[in-house]
Design a protein around this ligand. Sequence first.
Ligand code: APR
Ligand code: ZN
Ligand code: ZN
Length: 351
Amino acid sequence: EKIEVDPPKPGEVRIKIISSGICGTDKHILEGKDKVPLPAILGHEGAGIVESIGEGVTSVKPGDKVLMFPVPECRECSSCLHPKGNFCLKEKVIPPTGLMLDGTSRFTCRGRKIYHLYGTSTFTEYTVVHEIAVGKIDDGAPMDRVCIISCGVPTGFGAVFNTARVTPGSTCVVFGLGGIGSAVVMACKASGASRIIGVDINEEKFPWARDLGVTDCLNPQKLEKPVQEVVVEMTGNGVDFAFEAIGLIDTMVGALESCHPSYGVCVIIGVAPSNSQLIFDPLLLLSGRILKGGAVGEYKTRDSIPKLVTDYMEKKINTDPLITHKFPFKSINKAFELFQAGHCIRCCIRE
Ligand code: APR
Ligand code: ZN
Ligand code: ZN
């Protein structure tokens, strides 16, 4: 569709999108599992160049290369002011309003209002984002590679480094070996985990997962008993760290039950369907298991994520293996088909 993108209002930035990753959350929204205001421009994992800035914007200027984040960092709210808090309260992220902070939208299509997604909306040539959700990155950054550092990479890395704090020699299980689960695997390996069990119903993901560091692959559909029972048997009493990177209630409970009863830590990363409830036996926690969650890996987005891009530029991290496919922007539907069919890890679109 041809759309109109209004100029940025005070505190806002208009960005030319150069590249965007396709994330599991976009798929869930298309399938109707995550409810957001519609019609909307999806996409929330983007890299672009600042085209113009609204009044009062000081942290970026036209021509800057930037990433945009689904969770902003206002640096004023109680989350932002807390040394550990990252879930900024300035914008209503969950459930999303689909609107800018002034309650209006910057997108119209044939005269009709179009909603934003998570304050980002990256499947468009131009978007408008609040300055508090934009981070300037290195001028030399390759946009079609670093775009995934705006959501998938920090979500997976931070779940391991910030939320779980995986320790050397530990055992881990990762439910879901898509883009996010694969980033989790990379970080578990970098943390020195001795065993990383990968769980997925799509065995096409297994060779990629093994390359990234998964030591054992399990397909729950081919097991005679629940996968969590198999994980507990394989590890003696359960893993030190479990991650759910699918977004389903059953696999969240499965991840929790895979943990060591006394000190196992389970991190929920996947976004569950709207209005669902997580129901499990509270005795699972009484023995000492820890259940945690976090958005965008608990990174303070503007402070920390541009530094991950610098780490990438300095070759301290290599996130390239996460991107298995790239498509020109006009083939976005083809890219989505490939992603929905499960034939890729991360698929990115670019100019
Ligand atoms: N059991 C095991 N694996 C499953 C199951 C299941 N019941 N259902 C789906 N999977 C696998 C898919 O085969 C896929 O490999 O989970 C993986 C999900 O990966 P992606 O679709 O690439 O999604 P990703 O971008 O990694 O996001 C995963 O994190 O951010 C959230 O909303 C996002 O909830 C989503 C999750
Ligand atoms: Zn995402
Ligand atoms: Zn804030």
